[in-house]
Design a protein around this ligand. Structure first.
Ligand SMILES: Cc1cc2nc3c(=O)[nH]c(=O)nc-3n(C[C@H](O)[C@H](O)[C@H](O)COP(=O)(O)OP(=O)(O)OC[C@H]3O[C@@H](n4cnc5c(N)ncnc54)[C@H](O)[C@@H]3O)c2cc1C
Length: 391
């Protein structure tokens, strides 16, 4: 019976999976490349009965409600802060909006002591044998696990090691986004566009988005280079942009990434599988947080239902969640164009459309339907939870 599971990544999918695996009697170990929990990222949202129902079943819904942002309306303004278009708080904030850092912390605390946590380390090789997966880590550690799960985001290392290079699975969608903490007064998030660029401030966050049909080459660990890219792209713009760029210099929690879409078929190879953005991410606008929760629940549940037999559980997991995840991902296809249309005409059209109640209602309905269109079974745990193996 497979009971030891290595999860790479302590974002959202990783801690949620650890929670459900230990709940069912498995022994999860989470390895996270960052030296401590990453607290960056703007607000992320949950919507509909499936997302909220799972948070409730995990016992974290009330704690999340305690720290929820309450959502922030999105106001699109011109250079002199005159309102061009405004959207209600639940458009971006769903039914429950929380800071990503709070969410990640609360999910980690929920899976807490029943999970082994290895911060500041990363998987460097995976060798599958008949008995398990031999894993080497950057620290030099070597361990063997029954199963390995990549929950390490759109640029997953587990996916690269087990499924091949990123270019085979990740499609650039023509835009980059960046966010960092930046206190501001209360009120709606103010968004300012010029063709192909967006600058925004509100809810304690600065946010930039820009069009770049081609991928930009940069080192993802080099924050100085990312700040330089942003300064170059936004140099010379008016409105609050100079103030945002000045604050960027001191930002310690910058999130910077391309908008991209992950497509992997199938999600599993032997004893190794993927969950969350690593399997079906869309960076932003594709309900990545909700899908991560659903997928983590289903993966752990199917493993429990199959008595730990991954050859049965992994295909069932993908059959149950695959279409749901891909429908949610579609939202990410248009996020860049919505945030930063490439022409002045495109900006005017976006504003006009989103000022129409019927259009807003339609977009919200599509999002609501996508978040709820799945029947999740109730799972019971392994019949005889095995004792935790020696480390
Ligand atoms: C710092 C950060 C900020 C974000 N901010 C936003 C935001 O503002 N808006 C938004 O919509 N989405 C944001 N996201 C993405 C969003 O969190 C995900 O789309 C969604 O939550 C799905 O979660 P996930 O757990 O699959 O992936 P993620 O939340 O991306 O988590 C992946 C985790 O894996 C870790 N990791 C990466 N490589 C390795 C490795 N080699 N070994 C071990 N661990 C590794 C990462 O450090 C991270 O903790 C952010 C992600 C991160 C990491």
């Amino acid at each position: 019976m497979s009971t030891t599971v290595l999860i790479s990544g302590a974002g959202i999918a990783g801690p949620a999976l650890a929670y459900w695996l230990s709940h069912h009697g498995f022994h999860p170990t989470v390895v996270e490349v960052a030296p401590a929990l990453r607290t960056g990222g703007s607000a992320v949202d949950y919507r509909g009965p499936v997302h909220l129902g799972l948070l409730e079943r995990m016992g974290v819904l009330d704690r999340l409600r305690d720290v929820q942002t309450g959502g922030t309306a999105m106001r699109f303004v011109d250079e002199r802060d005159r309102v061009l278009m405004e959207m209600p708080a639940d458009f971006a904030g769903g039914d429950l909006e929380v800071a990503r850092g709070d969410l990640s912390r609360i999910l980690c605390e929920a899976s807490g002591e029943r999970t082994e946590w290895l911060f500041g380390d990363s998987v460097t090789s995976l060798t599958e044998t008949a008995a398990g997966v031999d894993v080497t880590f950057r620290s030099g550690r070597r361990r063997t696990f029954d199963l390995v799960v990549g929950a390490d985001g759109v640029h997953s290392t587990v996916r690269r090691l087990a499924f091949g290079p990123e270019r085979d699975h990740v499609r650039h969608l023509g835009y980059y986004v960046a966010g960092w903490s930046m206190p501001d007064g209360p009120g709606p998030t103010r968004n300012y566009n010029v063709p192909g660029r967006l600058a925004a401030l509100g809810g304690g966050q600065a946010f930039l988005a820009f069009s770049s049909p081609r991928q930009i080459g940069y080192d993802r660990r080099d924050v100085t280079a990312q700040k330089r890219i942003l300064r170059d792209r936004f140099a010379g713009l008016g409105w609050e942009v100079p103030r945002l760029l000045a604050a960027l210099d001191d930002a310690t929690d910058l999130y910077f990434d391309q908008i991209c879409r992950v497509d992997v078929r199938p999600w599993s190879r032997g004893r190794i599988t993927l969950v969350g953005d690593a399997a079906a991410g869309a960076t932003i606008g594709g309900m990545g947080n909700g899908t991560a929760l659903v997928a983590a629940y289903a993966l752990a549940g199917e493993l429990a239902a199959a008595g730990g037999d991954h050859t049965v559980a992994f295909p069932r997991y993908e059959k149950l969640v695959g279409d749901f995840a891909r429908r949610a991902q579609r939202g990410g296809n248009t996020t860049g164009r919505f945030l930063a249309p490439r022409t002045a005409h495109g900006i005017r059209m976006r504003n006009w459309l989103h000022n129409q109640q019927w259009f807003l209602g339609m977009v919200m309905k599509i999002a609501g339907d996508r978040s709820a269109k799945i029947d999740l079974p109730a799972y019971s745990g392994l019949s005889a939870a095995s004792p935790r193996p020696p480390r």
